[in-house]
Design a protein around this ligand. Structure first.
Ligand code: GUN
Length: 310
């Protein structure tokens, strides 16, 4: 049996179509579209791809998108000055600083920069104020990837309340907010990490398993209860032929793609899990498009909330 594929592009398109008329209504009412300021520092190739997609998607739904590209040699003060300008701007409703920042800015740079973003404009939901509001179940702006996963489950008819949810990975961006969002939807939540004992055994108790570890094909069939819903947040580029051979069966489309391009994108979930899971998100085309769709939704929400402020 092969798992039902949860197509992130279909759900992301639905969300974008719902956003469009609200953007139009906002523009008609306020004489300008919602504005999104994106800050990209340095040359990380993956970040450039992500940001290009965010700019494209924002323009597609009718936002004014303003990209601030800064060299890797920028100082922390220069980055903070851009954030400060966007914080003060009347026409920027959302601010996003792409992570990771260049290592030369120091270990604390990301925290300092995210802390500096006005929580009302924090469309990533990373600021301590918005994280605190999420914990108290009164967030307006929540981290995009886990919020997108909840939308995907809801719109795919997958029940959350009363289900056992296991999350592998405790990052601030995915694992921790995912745990809160599933808890608020009445799942029984277990958050696993590198020190979890019998990780495969714990994962195999899940009705909903979320893999957000950043290791290609790490979640194998022994981690998965037959019929479980498996959400793959991983996005790993594999360029080692030995790793590709371990992941993909001879003659598979992915192995052919590897032979043609010299690399292939792989999630945290091993392809053989499709034979055990009840439903599975593909990589690419699963969680990725939803992260961007939720960024659009957050930007619109930020604009509407700011307009509603006294
Ligand atoms: N880098 C990887 N994912 C994200 C994200 O969701 N937001 C930002 N700002 N940077 C990222």
């Amino acid at each position: 049996m092969s798992a039902r594929v949860l197509d992130g592009n279909v759900v992301a398109n639905q969300i974008r179509e719902e956003i469009r008329p609200r953007v139009e209504a906002y523009r008609a009412r306020h004489g300008r579209p919602p504005g999104l300021g994106i800050v990209l520092v340095g040359d990380d190739p993956a970040s450039h791809v992500y940001v290009r997609n965010k700019v494209k998607s924002g323009m597609d739904v009718g936002f004014a998108v303003d990209l601030h590209q800064m060299p890797a040699s920028s100082s922390l003060d220069e980055v903070l000055a851009v954030v400060d300008r966007l914080n003060r701007s009347e026409t920027h409703d959302g601010i996003l600083v792409q992570s990771p920042l260049p290592p030369a800015l120091g270990d604390e740079a990301e925290r300092v920069v995210f802390d500096a973003i006005d929580p009302a404009k924090d469309v990533d939901g990373f600021s301590p104020v918005n994280v605190g509001r999420l914990v108290q179940k009164r967030a307006v702006l929540m981290a995009c990837t886990p919020a997108g996963i909840v939308e995907l489950l809801d719109r795919s008819g997958i029940a959350i309340a009363g289900q056992r949810a296991v999350i592998i990975g405790r990052s601030d961006i995915v694992g921790k907010p995912m745990a809160m969002m599933l808890l608020h939807r009445d799942a029984t939540v277990t958050l696993c990490h590198s020190k979890t004992r019998d990780l495969a055994g714990v994962a195999a108790s899940a009705d909903i398993l979320v893999a957000a570890i950043g290791r290609a094909g790490f979640v194998t069939t022994d981690f998965v209860k037959p019929g479980a819903t498996v959400v793959d947040v991983g996005m790993n580029r594999v360029d080692d032929p030995a790793v590709a051979a371990r992941l993909f069966s001879p003659g598979s489309a992915k192995l052919e793609q590897f032979a043609r391009k010299g690399s292939v994108l792989v999630g945290d979930v091993h392809p053989s899990v499709a034979e055990v899971a009840g439903a599975l998100t593909p990589v690419p085309g699963g969680v990725g498009p939803l992260t961007i769709a939720l960024l659009m939704k957050n930007t619109l929400r930020a604009a509407e909330a700011r307009a509603g402020r006294p």
